[in-house]
Every structure is written in structure tokens, then in C-alpha cells.
Design a protein around this ligand. Structure first.
Ligand SMILES: Nc1nc2c(c(=O)[nH]1)N[C@H]1C(S)=C(S)[C@@H](COP(=O)(O)OP(=O)(O)OC[C@H]3O[C@@H](n4cnc5c(=O)[nH]c(N)nc54)[C@H](O)[C@@H]3O)O[C@H]1N2
Ligand SMILES: Nc1nc2c(c(=O)[nH]1)N[C@H]1C(S)=C(S)[C@@H](COP(=O)(O)OP(=O)(O)OC[C@H]3O[C@@H](n4cnc5c(=O)[nH]c(N)nc54)[C@H](O)[C@@H]3O)O[C@H]1N2
Ligand code: SF4
Ligand SMILES: [Mo]
Length: 731
């Protein structure tokens, strides 16, 4: 393995722009793929899209003497606009990761004990297929479940659906954006989707209530935020922590954690009672506004003050500031909306505050996204199941619109409504992603088969029966990327280099597994290139063109009402539901209500979490370029609190939660920048997987301390901010 130090990486980044041969493509945007000589080396450029997170920016990878050298944004790409985020730039490090899985593994010892034998792909897939056939024969195909995140899961999921599986869950619903999608759908009849339909760039007033752009590095949004700041937009940030975006704000509201609904209700109270809302919008499109206004009557800033710690004058001033710029005022809907278990109602309050601004479909608000039409490949139909999904029996969570990952886990533990005996896990590290590890391990112990498809020996891989090493994104084709955004576009992931060992792409794994299961008819194409080309030809394009450019734009469509975008609301009333009959019928509050959070136990702090600009959860923990930039996380502690505890910045502590779970040691950041009632850590660190050598026990894990969680009664989302910790100095 070639070793790259951070210093060398930075030198490379600085030197590249001067390399004339490499840079010419910037002026010739229709030929981004090229080969040339640069500084005595063979340099080839290959466009492809990133997988260091799920934003999927397109970049141009440079290959020098057959090795990945660097990657830059593809200027044709509306997501990256020619610039990647720091994680995307460091994505090259995934190729050089010393801990990469190199060959398929089958467990020989006890589960979780790291005793493995290296096997061939044929042996590994035969083993998986035999076990899957047995599960199907004994329990039915529904007893094989899947957990997934990311593009590589596409074809493995296809094989599982062909086999008859129906329980496919992504933690990115119940542990991430689920409450937001459901809260907005209940209000507007549709969600915010990915990439978010937020017109940050054109907003004149931006409100961040818990979302922390600048640390949350979703590339397009960070660039848009910088432009909005440059144009003088007013920024209001509500966060118990002085986040990066708080530093760009006119107002920082250091809210007491878990009291956001009180603030949102008070803001709406001011806007309604002072008549500051968009009356024309509400009259034309609003449903149940009078009952909504009635429900808010007593939710004054004076009422919210003792709950939130935000003084009434600030609440009024910020409410008026929002109203002043409407409809170009955007209350960012956030993304990881699972905080306290009442999150769908909080998200609905955010949806309603946006509605008062009349910003739906408006410039600087929530635009109407556009996408390309790319027909699918004709394929045999999947078998129909007569059994319902296992995650949400009796529709206990009536508004869950996707499979609840923790629901599949619960069904695996209980065997109800029917046994779940196999898990196929692709691109998600369930030990870090799901709350309460004990339950995850209890479920794993019920399984006859646990297959993990990963690129590194993550924690979940350590629990597997079979580990399948996937090629990293720079080494493979994947499904085409067709998403909704400001501008319709399509982008291609293609191999930049070959896999260094015996890793294989997801499409190959899916196809070979289907063959072993007797499901070859679900792969009527010879190889992935044939599949991709067939789809592209139907859209009037070709694989050759995409390979060359990486990204093709579709015709501009109107995304604002001003320019002729259509707006309609797919709700029961056909309008924006200020008052929701659906919620009332299901026994929930038709207008969001506030319930005070559980008080901190004496001497304990609420543990809250978020993102660091140079890491993506646990997926970058052994990327040598990114760990050089940030080797471990820190725990943020209010400086006065630290002084009282006799702790200084730079000290190492261990966190102990209310159930006695103790974390790895973690360094203290003593700062004014955090509310005294909570401590903050970036999520993803502190892995317990010994095989994952360069990640092992660096920093502390928020997930390990997440033993208690509340489940959102509307959609089954699980709260992430509901644990309390004390701090103990590490000897
Ligand atoms: N660099 C980087 N960027 C990422 C990711 C990554 O791993 N790395 N992951 C991506 C993904 S999948 C997601 S879902 C998003 C998540 O990113 P966002 O949706 O932007 O943020 P959250 O993680 O929900 O919220 C974290 C913020 O909420 C604050 N907070 C905590 N408790 C409270 C509270 O009670 N009230 C308020 N008002 N604020 C509170 C925290 O201090 C922190 O600043 O980030 C995405 N972007
Ligand atoms: N405590 C706590 N829990 C959380 C969160 C939190 O902030 N705190 N955040 C929540 C959120 S917002 C989300 S979206 C989820 C995210 O949860 P996950 O998607 O599980 O996130 P990661 O931990 O990054 O795990 C990704 C796994 O995919 C592997 N991987 C990376 N690239 C590839 C690839 O190309 N192919 C394959 N096959 N595997 C790959 C990585 O090695 C890693 O094991 O977690 C949720 N859970
Ligand atoms: S936001 Fe960053 S990590 Fe995510 S896809 Fe874009 S460049 Fe890659
Ligand atoms: Mo997420």
C-alpha cells in the first residue's frame, strides 16, 4: 500500500491546479474524461460520483500511474458545482485504507469472536444461497430481511426481492429523516426529499433550528449558505451549542435542549396574533387555520420563556425578522430529525411555520424540485407476498411510510408477527446506527444467517456469519443517479481504478447470488454496462456519453410559482393542513403540542450529537486522509460546568450514562459555546471492532451510550438525544 500523509495530501491538492494537462478539461466541459502526460507521469481523468456520504456529488478522479491520485468536483454537476466537500476530497483515502476487507470471510468460531476463514466468492455465495434456501423452505422468504444504506445495495436488494423478501429497512428513515418526511407530508402532502428542496441560496432570512450546516457538510447546501451569507441574508440559529452556522448568524438562540416545540409555538403565536403571516397564501391554500390559531392562543413568548430559556423580546424580534423577508424566509427543515421521540410533531411545527411564510414553491423558500425521466429496464415481476411486513404489525405507528429498522429488529427478537431468521446488511453499521446495542445483539443471536457487505471490518461485520468485501465507489459501476433537484440531471458512477484485492461491486454480488438462488432470469443483461446503456438509450442518451461527461443535465423546468411551477397538495383536504383531521382521527394532536422534556438527573447532562466536517459517521474512521485531519472526537462541556467538576480542556474523561454504561476515554473541549445542561459529541467514533485496527477505540461512541430511547408514536422513529451522562476523569 502506498502511504499518503496528510501533508503530502495537502501538497497534492495545492499542486494540481497548475498541472496544465489535468486542468484543461475545466474549459472543455464536454470531455471530462481524458488521458495525458503530467510531470512525467501518465494521468488519466475519469468522472464518477462520490459515496463518502449520500449526497452523491459528481467529481473527476485523477489516476496517476494506475493509482487514484486525487478527486475534484465535476463542474457539470449541479450538486457539487465543481467543488467537493473535505470528505469527498479525502475520498481517495478509501482506496488506501489499510483496513480494507480483501476477501470473503466465513465465521468459524462463535459469533462476534473474530475467528474467520478466508474463502472464494463461489464458496461464500454458495453458503449464503444454501442458507437462504433453507430459511425460505422453513419460514418463507419474508423471514430474510435486509438493512441497507447507499447506492451499492441496489442490486443485492433486487436479488432479495426476486427471492421474495419484503422487509427492507434503512436506518436513514427511523434513525434519521423519517419524522421530517412524515411531518411535512402530513402538512403539505409531500416531503422534503433528498437532496432537500431548500432554496437556501435565494433566501433572505434563514432559520436553522438544530440543523448545523458547515459541520453537516452536505455540499450544495454549504455552498448555497455561503452565497446567502455573502448576499447579506439574516441568519437565525437555534442550537444549545454555538455551531459553525451560529457563527454566521445575526441571532443565536441557545435553547435549553429538547424544548424546541415551545419556541416554534411561541414564534407562530407572535406571527399569527400580530397578523404577520402570508394571508393570501393561507386563505387560498390553508385548511383549518382558525382552529390552528385558536390552539396557539396561549402559547405566548412569556409562556415559552421558562421552558426554552429564550427571552420573550428575542422570540418576538426573531419572529418579526422572519415575517419581514417572507416569502424568501426559509426555516430549514433539518435532516436528522430524531431527537426526543416527539419529532414528527416538531417537524410538523417547522412545516407550519414555513407555511405561515407562504414559501412553498417560492424563491428563497421550498422550491418545486425537478427530475429527469429515465425508464427502468424491463424485468420479471417480483413474487407477491401474502404476509404483511414485519416491522409495524397492526400499523402501530400509523404514519410510518417506510420500513422501520428498529421494528424489523423487534420482530427478530420476538419472532412476531413471524420469525425473521436472516439479515442481509449492506452499507450500514447497525451497531453504531441503531439505538441500544444490546437489543441489536439479542436480535442477531436469533438469526440463522447474518451476511454483511461492507468495505472495512466494521462493528456489524464483526457479528456476521459471512462477510462480503465490496469494491469501494472508485472501483465500480452502480445504478444511475437520477434524483430531484433544482435542475434535472443524471449522473454515472464508473470504475476509476480496479479493486486492489478480491473485492467485488454490489451489482456483481447481486447477480452471482441470484444465479446461485436459481433467479438468473432477474438479470437478463450480460453485464452492468449493457444494463446502464439500455436505460440511458431509452432516455435519449448513451453510456458512452455519460462515461465521458459524468453528468448530463436535462432541460430547465420551472421550480418557482413565479415562473409557472404547479402547486397542489396531496392531503385529504387538498390544502396545507394547519389542522389535521388525519392526526385527530388517529388519536394524535391535530396541532402540535409541547410536552416538557424529562429533567436531567442530578449531576447529569443530556448527551447530544451531530457531525464533524471531515467525517461521515463511522464510515470514514479508517480513511487515512480523514483521520489525519481529525483523529478522534471530543466532548464539549460548558466551561463553568467543567470548572465545577475540576476538569480542564484537554483532559481525558469517560462518560457514564444513566444505565451504568461507560464510554472509551475522550478528550474534553471546555467551552462557552455549549448550554450547561448538555454535553456534545460527534457521532461515529469509538469503534469496538478489533479487526478495524486503525479505527479501534479512537474517541468515544455516542451510540454505545444510547441505551434509552423513545419511539415516536406517529412513525416509529427512535430518539437519539434521550440519554444522560456524568463525567469521570480518566486516570
Ligand atoms: N460532515 C458530515 N456531514 C453530514 C453527515 C456526516 O456524517 N458528516 N451526515 C449527513 C446526515 S445522514 C445527516 S442526517 C445530517 C444531519 O445534520 P443536521 O440535520 O444538520 O443536524 P442534526 O444532526 O439533526 O443536528 C445536530 C445539531 O443539533 C443541535 N442540537 C442538539 N440538541 C438540540 C435541541 O434540543 N434543539 C436544537 N435546536 N438543537 C439541538 C446540535 O448541537 C447540533 O448542532 O448531516 C449530513 N451531513
Ligand atoms: N447514536 C447515533 N446514532 C445514529 C446517528 C447519530 O447521530 N447518533 N445518526 C443516524 C443517521 S442520521 C443515519 S443516516 C444513520 C447512518 O447509519 P449508517 O448508514 O449505518 O452509517 P455508517 O456508520 O456510516 O455506516 C456505514 C457502513 O457502510 C460501510 N460502507 C461504506 N462505504 C461502503 C460501500 O461502498 N459499500 C458497502 N457495502 N459498505 C460501505 C461503512 O464501512 C460502514 O460500516 O445512523 C443513525 N444513527
Ligand atoms: S457532500 Fe461531500 S462526501 Fe457527500 S457526496 Fe458530496 S463530496 Fe462526497
Ligand atoms: Mo442521516
Amino acid at each position: 500500500m502506498e502511504k499518503i500523509s496528510r501533508r503530502r495530501f495537502l501538497q497534492i491538492s495545492a499542486a494540481t491546479f497548475g498541472a496544465a494537462t489535468a486542468a484543461t478539461h475545466l474549459n472543455v466541459p464536454f470531455a471530462v474524461a481524458a488521458t495525458a502526460k503530467g510531470g512525467g507521469a501518465d494521468v488519466k481523468t475519469v468522472p464518477t460520483f462520490c459515496e463518502i456520504c449520500f449526497w452523491k456529488c459528481s467529481g473527476i478522479a485523477y489516476v496517476r500511474d494506475g493509482k487514484p491520485w486525487k478527486i475534484e468536483g465535476n463542474p457539470l454537476d449541479p450538486l457539487s458545482q465543481g467543488r467537493l466537500c473535505p470528505r469527498g476530497t479525502g475520498g481517495i483515502g478509501a482506496y488506501y485504507d489499510p483496513d480494507r476487507l480483501r476477501a470473503p470471510l466465513i465465521r468459524v468460531g462463535e459469533r462476534g469472536k473474530d475467528e474467520w476463514k478466508k474463502v472464494t466468492w463461489d464458496e461464500a455465495l454458495q453458503y449464503v444461497a444454501d442458507k437462504m434456501k433453507k430459511i425460505k423452505a422453513e419460514h418463507g422468504p419474508e423471514s430474510m430481511a435486509m438493512f441497507k444504506h447507499g447506492t451499492g445495495a441496489r442490486f443485492i436488494e433486487h436479488t432479495l426481492r426476486a427471492y421474495g423478501a419484503i422487509n427492507m429497512a434503512a436506518p436513514s428513515f427511523a434513525q434519521c429523516r423519517g419524522p421530517r418526511e412524515v411531518g411535512f407530508t402530513l402538512t403539505y402532502g409531500e416531503g422534503i426529499s433528498t437532496p432537500e428542496r431548500t432554496d437556501i441560496e435565494n433566501a433572505r432570512c434563514l432559520v436553522f433550528i438544530g440543523s448545523h450546516l458547515g459541520e453537516n457538510m452536505h455540499n450544495s447546501q454549504v455552498q448555497e449558505l455561503a452565497n446567502a451569507v455573502g448576499k447579506g441574508a439574516t441568519i437565525i440559529t437555534v442550537d444549545p451549542r454555538f455551531s459553525t452556522v451560529a457563527g454566521k448568524s445575526k441571532y443565536w438562540l441557545p435553547i435549553k435542549p429538547a424544548t424546541d416545540i415551545a419556541l416554534l409555538l411561541a414564534w407562530m403565536n407572535v406571527i399569527v396574533t400580530e397578523g404577520l403571516y402570508d394571508k393570501a397564501f393561507v386563505e387560498k391554500y390553508g385548511h383549518g387555520f382558525d382552529r390552528f390559531a385558536q390552539a396557539l392562543k396561549d402559547r405566548t413568548p412569556e409562556w415559552a420563556y421558562p421552558e426554552t430559556g429564550i427571552d420573550p423580546d428575542t422570540i418576538r424580534a426573531t419572529a418579526r425578522e422572519m415575517a419581514r423577508y417572507r416569502p424568501a424566509t426559509l426555516i430549514h427543515p433539518g435532516r436528522r430529525s430524531v431527537w426526543n421521540g416527539d419529532d414528527t410533531q416538531r417537524s410538523r411545527a417547522i412545516a407550519l411555520l414555513n407555511a405561515l411564510m407562504g414559501n412553498w414553491g417560492r424563491k428563497g423558500g421550498l422550491y418545486v424540485p425537478a427530475s429527469m425521466e429515465v425508464p427502468g429496464y424491463p424485468m420479471p415481476k417480483y413474487p407477491k407476498s401474502t404476509r404483511g411486513k414485519a416491522d409495524n404489525p397492526g400499523k402501530k405507528y400509523p404514519f410510518a411510510e417506510e420500513v422501520i429498522s428498529t421494528g424489523v429488529r423487534a420482530a427478530t427478537i420476538s419472532g412476531k408477527p413471524y420469525p425473521i431468521k436472516g439479515w442481509m446488511v449492506v452499507g450500514t453499521n447497525l451497531i453504531q446506527a441503531l439505538p441500544n446495542r444490546k437489543e441489536t445483539i439479542e436480535a442477531i443471536n436469533q438469526l440463522d444467517l447474518l451476511v454483511v457487505v461492507d468495505t472495512v471490518p466494521s462493528e456489524i461485520a464483526g457479528w456476521a456469519d459471512v462477510v462480503l468485501p465490496e469494491s469501494i465507489y472508485l472501483e465500480r459501476y452502480d445504478e444511475l443517479m437520477v434524483e430531484t433537484f433544482r435542475r434535472p440531471f443524471i449522473s454515472l458512477r464508473q470504475p476509476v481504478v480496479e479493486s486492489p484485492h478480491d473485492q467485488k461491486p454490489g451489482w456483481w454480488i447481486g447477480k452471482k447470488l441470484a444465479e446461485k438462488l436459481g433467479l438468473a432470469e432477474y438479470y437478463p443483461w450480460k453485464d452492468i454496462e449493457e444494463y446502464l446503456n439500455a436505460r440511458l438509450v431509452k432516455a435519449g442518451l448513451s453510456l458512452a456519453e455519460l462515461k465521458q461527461k459524468g453528468v448530463v443535465l436535462g432541460p430547465q423546468q420551472p421550480i418557482y410559482v413565479e415562473d409557472g411551477a404547479e402547486i397542489s397538495f396531496d392531503t385529504p383536504s387538498g390544502k396545507v393542513e394547519f389542522w389535521s383531521q388525519r392526526l385527530a382521527d388517529a388519536g394524535f394532536d391535530p396541532v402540535p403540542k409541547y410536552t416538557p422534556p424529562d429533567p436531567n438527573p442530578p449531576g447529569a447532562f443530556r448527551l447530544i450529537t451531530g457531525r464533524a466536517p471531515v467525517h461521515t459517521f463511522s464510515r470514514t474512521q479508517s480513511n487515512p486522509l480523514l483521520i489525519a485531519a481529525m483523529p478522534e472526537n471530543e466532548v464539549w462541556v460548558n466551561v463553568q460546568v467543567a470548572a465545577k467538576l475540576g476538569i480542564k480542556g484537554g483532559d481525558y474523561v469517560k462518560l457514564k450514562n444513566q444505565d451504568g454504561v461507560v464510554s472509551n476515554r475522550v478528550r474534553v473541549k471546555a467551552t462557552q459555546r455549549i448550554h450547561p445542561g448538555c454535553v456534545y459529541m460527534v457521532h461515529g467514533f469509538g469503534t469496538e471492532s478489533r479487526m478495524w485496527k486503525s479505527a479501534y477505540r479512537r474517541g468515544a461512541s455516542t451510540a454505545q451510550l444510547l441505551t434509552r430511547y423513545k419511539t415516536d408514536p406517529l412513525m416509529g422513529g427512535t430518539s437519539i438525544h434521550s440519554n444522560f451522562v456524568t463525567l469521570e476523569k480518566d486516570a
